[in-house]
Design a protein around this ligand. Structure first.
Ligand SMILES: C=CC1=C(C)c2cc3[nH]c(cc4nc(cc5[nH]c(cc1n2)c(C)c5CCC(=O)O)C(CCC(=O)O)=C4C)c(C)c3C=C
Ligand SMILES: [Fe+2]
Length: 431
């Protein structure tokens, strides 16, 4: 619990009580220390059915937390531009300061001991204070590097001396059919994804990390999210998006170790080696024209998605987790799942076997001048290569849902692997 004088989070870990119950004390200690690592994925998942305010995920580990971690209910995502005056040492300094703060915040602590009210009356507090008394709430903080960190590719603008370390796959995403991107909601040199089960905890994290960056990086755009639109663990119930459909049924789940290794983590044999254990993050702010959608008949809504609205079962039959049968035909000989249905076009069978780990959130940001809700899905996906997203998004050009969607924001980031205590996030990039 954040209290200003070093009080740790109750339980000190991934619901230590639950892990003790599952494995006994020794195993629980090892599991908490390696959170984010695959060896405890099942333990985390079993402990993750329902939000637990005292839950604290380890910040250090083989992978950054916040990817295969059971998706929390709330999001604050931020993309930053680095200040033109920032050089390599300045960037390392910023990453070090962010690491130190994030390691504390995720454990339910203030940015610094005595942060909000324990400092001098004559200096601004080191912590903004709105999370005083709040527990860790499952907070994870995940950092990523945008293409701009590696220079503009002309050699002249390589402020950080990282051009030679650029992941060959890290390019701004190509333009997709129907894109209506707003530059102010697109791109970014650095990103931070803060997820928690308490919105105030996620916002507090981004606010303080932004404040720490003052003079070194400025917020380019940010997004609040609620009601996760995916499950990343088999222990979680599938949530619903703002179209009212279950979303996340066929997602890559943390328990699918082989699929996570094949589709999510950059392997040691991939280029570049500094990104091993990391992933590529794609963010898309997708406006949903829900007023039009709400006038569509139920049967047509289901045809557009390819699944039933109630149970989330494929229209070819079965229950939620039955594999869709795209060859199944109805009495008229027409396929039960239309070839232009969202799930038909997004399915691995339509995309050379490709999958991705989706981790998006619903958003509602007020309304527009026509009185329509500015609502939608803040789509986040983690994959071993951005090409996985590109292939599926290109396939979705024929998606009937597009009539009700508008992609207005877009960004791609290389998310480095996890770190050990004493290291700063992304340290391998500078080695
Ligand atoms: C490019 C990737 C994807 C975008 C963009 C996207 C947007 C989007 N999706 C929904 C609703 C649903 N998506 C579902 C499944 C699904 N979607 C993608 C990819 C993108 N979706 C994939 C890879 C899959 C899984 C396909 C499969 O393997 O079967 C579903 C069905 C339930 C589920 O499996 O999650 C829904 C519903 C919306 C509303 C949307 C844009 C706003
Ligand atoms: Fe989808």
């Amino acid at each position: 619990m954040r209290g200003g004088d070093g009080g740790g989070p109750e339980g000190g870990g991934v619901s230590r009580r639950q892990l003790l119950g599952l494995f006994g004390a020794g195993a629980a200690g090892a599991a908490v220390g390696a959170a984010g690592g695959a060896s405890v994925a099942t333990a985390l998942a079993n402990a993750a059915g329902a939000p637990d305010p005292a839950r604290a995920y380890a910040f250090h580990g083989a992978h950054q937390a916040g990817i295969t971690t059971p998706a929390q209910d709330r999001l604050h995502f931020a993309a930053f531009d680095t200040d033109p005056s920032l050089d390599r040492d300045g960037l390392i300094g910023l990453l070090t300061d962010w690491t130190n703060a994030a390691a504390r915040l995720t454990q339910g602590l203030e940015v610094e001991e005595g942060g909000a009210v324990g400092g001098s009356d004559y200096a601004p507090p080191a912590d903004t204070g709105e999370a005083q008394g709040l527990p860790a709430s499952g907070l994870t903080i995940t950092f990523g590097f945008g293409p701009g960190v590696f220079g503009a590719g002309d050699g002249a603008s390589d402020r950080f001396g990282l051009a030679a370390r650029r992941p060959p796959l890290l390019e701004p995403l190509p333009r997709f059919q129907g894109d209506a991107l707003v530059p102010e909601l697109t791109g970014g040199d650095l990103c931070i994804q803060a997820c928690a089960d308490d919105p105030q905890v996620a916002v507090h994290a981004i606010r303080n990390l932004s404040r720490i960056a003052f003079g070194r990086a400025t917020l380019r755009w940010s997004q609040l999210g609620f009601g996760r639109t995916s499950s990343t663990s088999t222990a979680q119930a599938t949530p619903r998006n703002l179209f009212g459909f279950k979303d996340g049924t066929a997602n890559v789940k943390s328990e699918e170790q082989a699929a996570v290794d094949e589709h999510v983590w950059v392997a040691a044999s991939d280029e570049p080696s500094w990104l091993a254990g990391g992933s590529y993050l794609v963010a898309r702010r997708i406006r949903m024209i829900i007023e039009n959608w709400d006038r569509v008949q139920l049967g047509e809504q289901e045809q557009l998605v390819g699944r039933s609205k109630g149970a989330g079962a494929p229209l070819s039959g079965g229950t939620e987790f039955t594999e869709p049968d795209f060859a199944a035909e109805g009495p008229t000989g027409a396929p039960l799942i239309a070839p232009t249905a969202h799930v038909a076009l997004a399915h691995p069978s339509a995309n050379g076997g490709t999958r991705m780990l989706r981790r998006g959130y619903n958003f509602v940001d007020g309304n527009d001048e026509l009185g329509r809700l500015d609502a939608g899905l803040f789509f986040l996906s983690y994959q071993r290569s951005p090409q996985q997203f590109i292939d599926v998004q290109r396939s979705l050009a024929a998606d009937g849902l597009n009539e009700y969607l508008k992609h207005v924001g877009s960004a791609v980031f290389a998310v480095p692997g996890g770190i050990a205590e004493g290291e700063f996030v992304g340290q391998a990039l500078f080695a």
